[in-house]
Design a protein around this ligand. Sequence first.
Ligand code: NAD
Length: 317
Amino acid sequence: MNTDRRKVVLIGTGMVGMSFAYALVNQGGICNELVLIDVNKLRAQGEAMDLNHGLAFAKSNMKIYAGEYKDCKDADIVVIAAGVAQKEGETRLDLLQRNVEVFRSIVGPVVKSGFDGIFLVATNPVDIMTRVTYELSRFGSSRVIGTGTSLDTARLRYLLGDYFTVDPKNIHAYVIGEHGDSEFVPLSQVMLATKPVSTILADDRNEYCVDDMKQIEEQVRTAAYKIIEAKRATYYGIGMAITRIVKAILGDENSVLTVSAKLCGEYGARDIFIGVPTIIGRNGVKEILELTLTDEEQKKFHASGNVLREYFDGLTL
Ligand code: NAD
């Protein structure tokens, strides 16, 4: 009996979904079965063929095929990267409502298959779509996760690493809140190794300053707009972020990642799904870490949560 079977189903084989699949194949060893599902079946079939042809060059073997919703039955993780694009003149809320319909056509059949694993959502607006998945699936909140601000956090660490000329892996910092315009960096929580960056900024023997931090935060917040302007969409970074989260789950890593998770009183909020540092392991959310925010940071977090609440309340489920 093979006890090390790790099966992932990807729903939505567009740019984001396939960037994830490509990263999964290239990093190797994360899972050994990948099923591709899309409303455009031919596309899913073509993508499966294309990926399979690269397996001879990959680190480890994987079974990859275009499948059906019934294939979700024994999957460990269902990743959702399906969505529709904004039409001309369409409001964000109209788009959101159409994506709710897309999710209705996905989450119902996944649950009906007998799926008993973890949902990981990447479709935007990701915090809302994660909550929609939670409401439609009626799964426990620990088993419904969104990519949240994981990509934004990676962007932040990259920029801070560049600024301080330090390996981004030694920068401990998070972008929290909505994956969108109201997200922010709690500066009080930014560390270079174990040294608070606020201490480095207060030391006038160096050239580092708070204004530069604000600029970096703005660069993170507007990164997606810039990339979309240049190449229409963003997908490699988010594909790798999804891969990272999948690896943390299947490897039972208990890694801290800023996913979109349901708050149950943490940060003085409940019921919303929002990007927060979260311990992720085999069963999904193990624990939400509650950072010690300053009053000003707490206000920003509260405001970001209100944005998400308003959007969700405007939807018909
Ligand atoms: P895309 O248009 O390339 O792909 C979307 C795919 O979804 C298409 O293949 C389409 O056929 C499929 N689809 C549509 N309706 C479906 C349905 N009912 N069932 C199954 N499949 C269906 O788009 P993309 O660039 O891959 O982006 C996908 C989503 O990811 C978007 O919502 C985008 O905003 C989001 N995104 C999220 C982040 C993040 O940080 N979370 C970053 C970038 C993009």
